[in-house]
Design a protein around this ligand. Structure first.
Ligand SMILES: Nc1ncnc2c1ncn2[C@@H]1O[C@H](COP(=O)(O)OP(=O)(O)OP(=O)(O)O)[C@@H](O)[C@H]1O
Length: 362
């Protein structure tokens, strides 16, 4: 296998007619990293992946793979390989010929390319199926063949567009583990597009959260979850409450914000102007069901829903201008277990658990 390459995306945009799908994004994906592009439908993640692959032209900006600017290179000359969502296997060819196809295009002789294809099928633990056609395989097996076919070109980076979306939930989790193991074994850069937070958290060294053609945050899963940069990231990753209001004071590193119906909350942070809009995040598992000693670190609300989730309870509360403020608490907590819809509850949290969220500039 060849060495992994850093992918450097420098101020890259994608314009389709009147639609700007990707707005001058810049990002360096370290060599050998497992990178997941994550975001809602239409945020520009597939366009970005296809521009890295060379399947889509770059409207402006440059993409570099290792030291080489590949912006104007055709896909086969970039040192990348792409695995498509549909796997795109040839139905009339057996697995060996499917995997060997790109080597045939390169003019490699039959014995040599079939030997290489068989080696690749072995790596995927698919050699026992070598003479079958794709239709005679399960979804997970087809995916392994598609991976073998992408990897036979010895790429520096493997690009995967929603690779797990066609699989059932059990197989999805198994293949997820296999992808991660394969990436560690090969040591090459993987770039994987997904709309699943769970998938990105499980796989990625670096998660790139996209929204509306822009990068909201690019960081490790832990950083993204524990320190979401923006209200969008906090909401999209889930397990965070976001309260929105306006700054009423910002002194000595503590900012006070007031939500629409008048309640005030404090958060550590500086550099915001009085009157400007602001969002704070509070993790759902850090909210306590007890009155706040400091009124700016909690509120009183009314329970609108209680969900039993096995080890935990999910309690939804109306208050502080929110109608779905969420508390996740242990189901071992007897007082939490007695909470019912319609109950008045007092909530509180520690100052260190409040996150001052940023806003993207358009
Ligand atoms: N060939 C095209 N022509 C015109 N507009 C396009 C084209 N491809 C994508 N778009 C638009 O560009 C935007 C970004 O699309 P893209 O496929 O990159 O998003 P995505 O985040 O991958 O979404 P999904 O998860 O639904 O695949 C969308 O508004 C989409 O409608």
């Amino acid at each position: 296998m060849s060495k992994a390459a850093e992918i450097d995306i420098a101020s890259v945009s994608k314009v389709y007619g009147t639609i700007t799908a990707v707005h001058a994004i810049s990002l360096k994906i370290p060599a050998g990293a497992y990178c997941c592009f994550l975001g809602p439908s239409g945020c520009g993640k597939t366009s970005t992946l296809r521009m890295i692959a060379g399947h889509e032209t770059i409207s402006s900006g440059d993409i570099r793979l290792g030291n080489i600017v590949v912006t104007d290179f055709p896909p086969a000359k970039r040192g990348t390989a792409m695995m498509f969502q549909s796997y795109a296997l040839f139905p009339h060819l057996d697995l060996v010929d499917n995997v060997a196809f790109s080597l045939k295009m390169k003019g490699m002789n039959k014995d040599e390319r079939r030997a290489k294809a068989l080696d690749m099928l072995k790596l995927m633990q698919m050699e026992a199926y070598a003479s079958r056609r794709p239709a005679q395989l399960s979804g997970g097996q087809q995916q392994r063949v598609a991976l073998a076919r992408a990897l036979i070109t010895d790429p520096e980076a493997l690009l995967l567009d929603e690779p797990l979306s066609a699989l059932d939930p059990f197989l999805k989790i198994r293949m997820r583990a296999e992808l991660k193991r394969l990436q560690k074994t090969l040591g090459i850069t993987f770039v994987h597009v997904t709309h699943s937070q769970e998938e990105a958290m499980a796989l990625a060294d670096v998660i790139v959260v996209m929204n509306d053609g822009r990068i909201e945050q690019a960081a490790t899963p832990r950083q993204i979850f524990e320190h979401p940069a923006t209200a969008f990231v906090a909401r999209f990753m889930g397990d965070h409450n976001v309260l929105s209001g306006r700054v009423t004071s910002n002194e000595d590193d503590v900012l006070t914000m007031t939500v629409a119906h008048g309640q005030s909350f404090s958060v550590r942070g500086r550099g915001r102007q009085v009157g400007e809009p602001v969002d704070i995040g509070i993790r759902t598992d850090r909210v306590r069901l007890e009155p706040a000693a400091d009124k700016s670190l909690g509120f009183n609300g009314v329970v609108s829903n209680v969900e039993y989730r096995g080890a935990t309870l999910k309690i939804t509360i109306i208050g502080a201008g929110s109608d779905d403020f969420t508390v996740i608490t242990s189901n071992d907590d007897a007082s939490a277990r007695s909470i019912a819809i319609g109950d008045a509850v007092s909530l509180s949290w520690a100052q260190e658990d409040v996150i001052l969220l940023g806003r993207m500039s358009a």
